[in-house]
Design a protein around this ligand. Structure first.
Ligand SMILES: *Cc1c(COP(=O)(O)O)cnc(C)c1O
Length: 461
């Protein structure tokens, strides 16, 4: 498989070239040159790792040990069940696809656990090392750390805003004792953390010398890994008798929804992809109006992992929307930077034809949905999942089965669960005493030069 840039002027690349890269050199995002065809008849009934191999093989055709890597990644030991992503039917036409069985109790583990193993394999083959520098306000940082802990040749420096994460999230990250994991609590906000990452990356010489990389949500391997559970969920729902199957997807960066788009582009007969945003509704606005207007500032909400100002993966969707015309995408993004807006309302028909419905969910909706799902089915869902379930309940058509993606375990968001249900969410086994484990982190000032000295002075574990 060759990968092209959405802006059309970077040279085509192979998967192993883009695995460790972020943006293409022309500022675009990499997309596969064509969509491989799914073989639904042959894939039905496969175990999760076997299915993952089939879905991923055409995208990763230059990874010689893919089968072993995938088999090592998707195990009951890591994800808590043999199904990896178990489907639960709540009512006729309404299911939950459990994506939060991984070590950090959120769906990001499904992609990042694979990424960690792909990185380790690629670095060992090339005899190289890698320094991952990232900023997190919650789920991504811990999923990345749990995926990269103890990996040979990889050091992780994860910046987080000092004193601003939930107790659970802090304990989850800071209790890791692996010598290759470095938690840096920045005296400042999440934006300060992101600015630090940018400042270090802007020093090209430093970046090259220390092989600084990222694991952000535009990484193609993450998207491909997420496409797998759409297949798994569709097979499980149709085996249980569903006819028209749609997915309800809580999304912020458009990563989770775009993975569903990829599955459908490969031939999975998904009826609709139902996109759900929180109060940060850039994407909902786009699918209603055809106008994309990234915001200056994100609003802090009770589904915090979807608090974004711009949807990084959205450019990949627009690339297909304009007929895979890279020059057109480059011009659109120049206009976006100049005017702060992308007006694609002229393509309304094409947008509608892509089968994406959308809705927005507020704090009150979230609380009401958590209550209703608990009262009706005895199941506790997390606030992000509630955004999806709430929007799905409003938009569901007669005869449609909606598979709602369960993106996090409620234990991660106890204050919102307390507000909705008046009690603590249950903790999964092994997480009961998380906050009492010893924590290891270093508090730093938001000073790029000091951060560079710290990275340069820290040895390879
Ligand atoms: C990251 C995250 C999302 C949104 O994922 P996108 O990649 O932005 O689509 C939703 N729910 C949870 C719990 C998350 O951690």
């Amino acid at each position: 498989m060759r990968y092209l840039s959405t802006r059309g002027s970077a040279p085509p690349a192979r998967f192993s070239d883009i695995l460790l890269e972020g943006l293409a050199p022309d500022g675009g995002l990499y997309v596969p040159e064509h969509w491989p065809r799914a073989d639904l008849a042959a894939w039905r009934g496969l175990s999760y790792p076997a299915l993952a191999c089939e879905v991923l093989a055409p995208f990763m055709d230059d990874v010689p040990r893919l089968r072993q890597i995938v088999a090592r990644t998707y195990t009951k030991d890591v994800f808590g069940s043999d199904e990896i992503t178990p489907l639960r039917t709540l009512a006729p036409g309404l299911c939950l696809l459990g994506l939060s069985g991984g070590p950090t109790l959120a769906f990001k583990d499904l992609a990042l656990q694979l990424l960690g193993n792909l990185f380790e394999d690629a670095l060992a083959a090339r005899g190289e090392t890698l320094t991952i520098l990232g900023a997190t306000s919650g789920d991504t940082g811990s999923a990345a750390e749990y995926a990269l802990r103890g990996k040979r040749g990889i050091r992780v420096f994860m910046l987080s805003p000092h004193g601003r994460m939930s107790e659970f999230q802090r304990a989850q990250m800071y209790s890791l004792a692996d010598p290759n994991i470095h938690n840096l609590a920045v005296r400042g906000t999440f934006d300060d953390c992101q600015d630090l990452v940018k400042a270090v990356n802007a020093d090209a010489e430093f970046k090259a010398r220390h092989r600084i990389g990222a694991v952000n949500s535009i990484n193609w391997a993450r998207i491909a890994a997420q496409a797998v559970y759409y297949f798994k969920g569709w097979f499980a729902a149709t085996a249980a008798g569903a006819g028209r199957v749609s997915f309800a997807v809580p999304t912020g960066n458009f990563g989770n929804l775009y993975a569903g788009y990829v599955a459908r582009a490969m031939g999975l007969p998904v009826h609709r992809l139902i996109l759900a945003t929180n109060e940060n509704d850039v994407l909902d606005e786009f699918f209603r109006t055809g106008r994309y207007r990234p915001r200056r500032q994100a609003q802090a909400t009770s589904s915090p992992s979807m608090d974004i100002t711009r949807a990084s993966n959205f450019e990949r969707y627009v690339y297909d929307l304009v007929g895979r015309d890279g020059a057109r995408v480059a011009a659109l993004w120049r206009a976006l930077e100049a005017s702060g807006e992308l007006d694609l309302s002229g393509l309304r028909d094409r947008i509608a034809a892509s089968g994406i419905a959308s809705g927005r969910s507020t704090h009150a909706d979230r609380i009401a949905t958590i209550r209703a799902v608990h009262a009706d089915y005895g199941v506790v869902i997390d606030p992000h999942t509630a955004d999806g379930v709430g929007v799905a309940a409003r938009l569901r058509e007669p005869g449609e089965t909606v598979v709602c993606l369960e993106t996090a375990h409620p234990a991660k968001f106890a204050p919102t669960i307390r507000e909705a249900l008046g009690r603590e969410p249950e903790r999964p086994r092994g997480y009961e005493a998380l906050e009492s484990l010893p924590q290891r982190f270093q508090v730093i000032d938001p000073d790029p030069e000091a951060l560079k000295r710290l990275i340069a002075g820290t040895g390879q574990a």
